[in-house]
Each structure stands twice: as structure tokens, then as C-alpha cells.
Design a protein around this ligand. Structure first.
Ligand code: PEP
Ligand code: MG
Length: 575
């Protein structure tokens, strides 16, 4: 079979299918006979008691590793196993509707979680998440699956096939020698795709129902360049793809020759290409591909990959390491950008009906000031170790910038009093990824040392199309004139205020836009390290003057009168 999906991370892999079951199961309804009721109820009770045993075991392990505060969660789960609605409710459905235990239990579970979600209380909404997790464990026992360790069965050269995978899963993949992955959902700018590129794992997304169609052990080829996935390939296809794979690597090696060469246009204008990184270990790859600094360090991955909030000291050591390793180049560390599709176990993120437009990123940081202040403190302390810059994501209005600057000043005062060194001139910048910020960039530019355009989110909000949603992928089109006009406006206006402009969204690594952005005057490009050589190759072939004319011709001018002082809405719940 040949499938065509979205190529999100380049490379070719040949291997065996490994369906990540956790995402593949559906609950089916099976009618039962009166004589089966007793055995179905017994099966359900056995699943409950086995789940209870698991929880005691996990509670002990977590207690040893992380203390009673964390292990208490599992005690709470155990109490819930005795809940009347959960237990009797399921048994009643088995009896009255003469149905299998899995189906009866899933009905009870969705009734309970939806009741919790209706309550306007973040704590209780969080409990709905706990209950779903507990439900997953019970369901795993009922259907005799051991879902907690989907990585255990992984063999070398496994190719993961899953409904979806989380950014946290992607790091697991590297450790488990996964050769490639294929998912049902997620586009080029989903965080899973971004991480796959960072880890150089070929990946194809957007293959609807693929988990239903494939089985473990089937032969599979994943072409992350064209988005083609082939199952049960014949010998000739295997030979052809082995050849393609070699060709891909040969090309990569020939691009490597560019690493030592400067990034300069034919008529002598120099550009800087920086790397986006998610984990400090990527510094080696970034340098190997010729990055002249880190234009975006997505620091939230420190939180995503940890079961507890990283302490100030832990963060300080990581930031220091990255800044030192990159010297003399700059490292822009973005403060935590959690929420939407990036979740961390240790940070309470409320379940919201529309998380992409909700309490994410800097908005969330203001709700957890201790975590945010700890991070800023760690960043300031690390600032003496290299050329470190601080960047704030998802800025919507000027008042948010002023608020962050006030917090930074407080921390600086405290550090000074305690004689703890920090760089008093540490550069401070923001991301432009919300249309309101782009349209008010004249006011924003006056407040910051630099800005960086986050085109992944900016395009999503301009076009009102979720960047990870398959159904609206045809609308999520960065080539759209509205997106290009606004980018041009941001660069031009920021330059009028003498503020340099970088771009760290995926458009920066798309060769289709390189000449255009050069012509628009973009100062810096930041991207997955693997894309640096191919963008450098284009820049070295372009003539700057010609690119400027091209940009003027291709993208219409957006002209606005200067914004009046309007600092935007304040969150009154915070004062
Ligand atoms: C962006 O939105 O373009 C960006 C770089 O940030 P992220 O992809 O992490 O949301
Ligand atoms: Mg973003």
C-alpha cells in the first residue's frame, strides 16, 4: 500500500511497524447474554483490584524518588477506585444494558469526567484529568493491555505508527532508536514535528486512520521528504529506497561543505543563520551545521521532559552550559511557552475548551509567578556566562512587556543586594506571534532590544486555523498574502525604530521564502539546525538589490498611522 501524508521531518527510513497502542484503542460495544453478566462484573472487579495493586506499587516508587507530595496523587487515585458511581455505576450498566464491561466502564467514565469539567473550578477540572488517567489504567487491565510502557517492546529500526504523539514522546524515541514515525494528526509546525526535525528522525503526519490499517511487524518505508509511506514493499521498492536513502545522505554531506563558508549574498550583504534548539544536547548538532548562535531555545522542554518543576539551580546550570558552549555567538533563551499542545506534568495547566487561544505561554507564566520568577532569576544569573538574551513568547500587548520588565528589575535589585553577579545589560526581546502585537510593533519596538517573528503561531492566528489541525491544513498556508504583508510591515516598522528583527518560525527554514525575506530586510534567520546549509546555499546565490525589488513587487505594502498609546488590557485577577 502507498499512502501520502505531510512530510514534516526529512530523511528516509526502512523498518518494521510498531503501532503505539496507547493511541490506537477504541472501545467497542458487545451485547452479552444474561448468563454472562456475572462473569463480566467479575472481570471488571478484577481490573479494579489489579489497578489498585499497580497504584500501591507506583505510589511507593514515586514516594522514594520524589517524596510524599507527589506520591499523594496516587493515594487519591486509589480512593477513587472505591467510588460508588464509578464501581456500582458500571456494574448497573452491565446489568441493565447487557453490555461488555469495557463499554459500560467507558460510559461511566465519560459521565463522571464531563460532570467535573462542567464545574467552574480549575482544581476540579484538573481532577477530571486524573480520573481519565485512572480510567486508562483500568481499561488497560480490562483489555489486558499494559499501556504504561509502550516503549518497552521497541526494537531497533522500529517505525512508530500512532494517532498522535506528544513532544515528550519524541524524546523517548531518540533513546529507543526509533527510525521514523508516522501519525494520524499534526502538521509541519506542530511541536511534535519540530522536535522530530531537531532529533533528525524522519516523520510523516496527517495519515488519517493509519493506526487501524497497520499491524505490528509489517515492513514499512517512510519518506520524510515527499510524505510517502509504503507498507509491505517488494524487493525492488526496498532497493530503490535504499538508493534514495543513500542519495539523501550524500546530498546532506555535500551541503556540509558549506558549513565553513560565510552566509553572504552575491553582492556582499552578510546574514546570520542561527539554530532553534529544544534540548541543550542539540548544541553539538547546531555547531556541526554551522549555526552562528541559538536564535530560539525553547526552554519549556526542560519542563516537559521532567516530572517536577526544574529548580532555579537546575535551570541555571543548563542555561549556563548552553551560553558557554555557544560562545562567542549569542543564545536567545525563550521563557516557558507551555500550554496548547505543550503540556508538562509539573505545571498545572487548566483544561480549557480552546487552549490555543487560552491561558498559554506568557499568560500562563503570570498565573504561576513563582515558576516564572525562578526562571528569570536563573536566566539573569547565567547571563554572565556568555552572550545570553532573554525572549518572551506570545506577547499580545505592551502592558505584558512592561509587567515582565518590572519583574526583571525586581529580581535584578535582589541579586544586586545579595551580591550575585548578572549582566546588567542583558538584552531583552519579545516574539511577535499574535496579530495584535504585529500591528502594534511600533510601540513594542520602543520597549525592547530585539524582536523575533514566530510565524508558526502568527500564521495560525492571522488565518484562524489551528496549526496542528488536519481539517484546516489547507487554510493554514503561510504563503497567504495577509501573512506576508504583516511580516513585511513588522520588519519595516521595527527597523524605523532601530530594532533588529529575526524570524524563528518554520518559514525561516523554507527555501521558498528566503529571497523574499532577504528583500524585506530580515536581519536574522533561526531554524532547525538541519535546515541551515540549504538556506545558506540559497543566500549565497541571491543578489540583495534584486531581492529587494522582488520583495517590493511580490508583497503589497501595509501602511498604518502610528499607534496611539494603548497599553492593552490588564489581567485584574493578578493584582
Ligand atoms: C512560532 O510560533 O513560530 C515559534 C517559533 O514558536 P513555537 O513554534 O514554539 O510556538
Ligand atoms: Mg509560537
Amino acid at each position: 500500500m502507498i499512502y501520502k501524508g505531510v512530510p514534516v521531518s526529512p530523511g528516509i527510513a526502512l523498518g518494521k511497524v510498531h503501532v503505539l497502542e496507547r493511541y490506537a484503542h477504541k472501545v467497542y460495544r458487545r451485547s452479552i447474554l444474561t448468563s454472562e453478566i456475572k462473569s463480566e462484573i467479575a472481570r471488571f472487579r478484577k481490573a479494579i483490584s489489579e489497578t489498585g495493586k499497580d497504584l500501591i506499587e507506583i505510589e511507593e516508587k514515586v514516594h522514594k524518588a520524589l517524596g510524599s507530595k507527589k506520591s499523594g496523587i496516587f493515594k487519591g487515585h486509589r480512593f477513587f477506585l472505591e467510588d460508588k458511581i464509578l464501581v456500582s455505576g458500571t456494574e448497573d450498566i452491565i446489568r441493565s444494558q447487557m453490555t461488555n464491561a469495557e463499554f459500560a466502564f467507558s460510559m461511566t467514565l465519560s459521565k463522571i469526567t464531563s460532570q467535573f469539567l462542567k464545574i467552574k473550578n480549575d482544581y476540579l477540572k484538573e481532577r477530571a484529568r486524573d480520573i481519565s488517567e485512572l480510567g486508562g489504567r483500568i481499561m488497560a487491565h480490562l483489555s489486558q493491555r499494559t499501556d504504561e510502557t509502550p516503549w518497552d517492546k521497541m526494537r531497533e529500526n522500529s517505525i512508530i505508527v500512532a494517532g498522535n504523539i506528544t513532544p515528550a514522546d519524541t524524546t523517548n524515541m531518540k533513546a529507543n532508536l526509533v527510525a521514523a514515525f508516522v501519525t494520524e494528526v499534526g502538521g509541519r509546525t506542530s511541536h511534535t514535528a519540530i522536535l522530530a526535525r531537531a532529533l533528525e528522525i524522519p516523520a510523516v503526519t496527517g495519515l488519517k486512520d493509519i493506526t487501524m490499517q497497520l499491524t505490528d511487524g509489517q515492513g514499512i518505508i517512510v519518506d520524510g521528504i515527499s510524505g510517502i509511506v509504503i507498507t509491505d514493499p517488494d524487493e525492488e521498492t526496498v532497493t530503490n529506497y535504499k538508493r534514495e536513502k543513500k542519495k539523501y545522505w550524500d546530498e546532506q554531506h555535500s551541503l556540509q561543505k558549506l558549513v565553513e563558508l560565510p552566509t553572504i549574498t552575491k553582492d556582499g550583504k552578510t546574514f546570520h543563520l542561527l539554530a532553534n534548539i529544544e534540548i541543550p544536547e542539540e548544541i553539538q548538532t547546531a555547531l556541526a551545521y554551522g549555526a552562528e548562535g541559538v536564535g530560539l531555545y525553547r526552554s519549556e522542554y526542560l519542563f516537559i521532559n521532567s516530572s517536577s518543576v526544574p529548580t532555579e539551580e537546575e535551570q541555571y546550570l543548563k542555561y549556563k552550559l548552553v551560553a558557554e558552549k555557544m560562545l562567542p555567538y549569542p543564545v536567545i533563551i525563550r521563557t516557558i511557552d507551555l500550554g496548547a499542545d505543550k503540556l508538562a506534568d509539573s505545571v498545572d495547566i487548566p483544561d480549557e475548551p480552546n487552549p490555543t487561544m487560552g491561558l498559554r505561554s506568557i499568560r500562563l507564566c503570570f498565573r504561576v509567578p513563582e515558576i516564572f520568577k525562578n526562571q528569570l532569576r536563573a536566566l539573569l544569573r547565567a547571563s554572565v556566562s556568555g552572550n545570553l538574551k532573554i525572549m518572551i513568547p506570545m506577547i499580545t500587548n505592551v502592558s505584558e512587556i512592561i509587567k515582565v520588565k518590572t519583574i526583571l528589575e525586581e529580581i535584578k535589585r535582589d541579586l544586586k543586594e545579595k551580591n550575585i553577579p548578572y549582566d546588567g545589560n542583558v538584552q531583552f526581546g519579545v516574539m511577535i506571534e499574535v496579530p495584535s502585537a504585529a500591528l502594534m510593533v511600533d510601540l513594542i519596538a520602543a520597549e525592547v532590544d530585539f524582536i523575533s517573528i514566530g510565524t508558526n503561531d502568527l500564521a495560525q492566528y492571522i488565518l484562524a486555523a489551528d496549526r496542528s489541525n488536519e481539517n484546516v491544513r489547507y487554510i493554514y498556508e503561510p504563503m497567504n498574502s495577509a501573512v506576508l504583508r504583516l511580516i513585511k510591515y513588522v520588519i519595516k516598522t521595527a527597523h524605523e525604530h532601530k530594532t533588529p528583527v529575526a524570524m524563528c518560525g518554520e518559514m525561516a527554514s523554507d527555501p521558498a521564502f528566503t529571497k523574499l525575506f532577504i528583500g524585506m530586510g530580515l536581519d536574522e534567520f533561526s531554524m532547525s539546525a538541519i535546515s541551515i546549509p540549504k538556506i545558506k546555499k540559497i543566500i549565497r546565490m541571491v543578489n540583495y538589490e534584486e531581492a529587494c525589488q522582488f520583495a517590493n513587487k511580490m508583497v503589497g505594502e501595509l501602511s498604518l498611522t502610528p499607534a496611539v498609546e494603548n497599553i492593552g488590557a490588564e489581567d485584574k485577577t493578578l493584582s
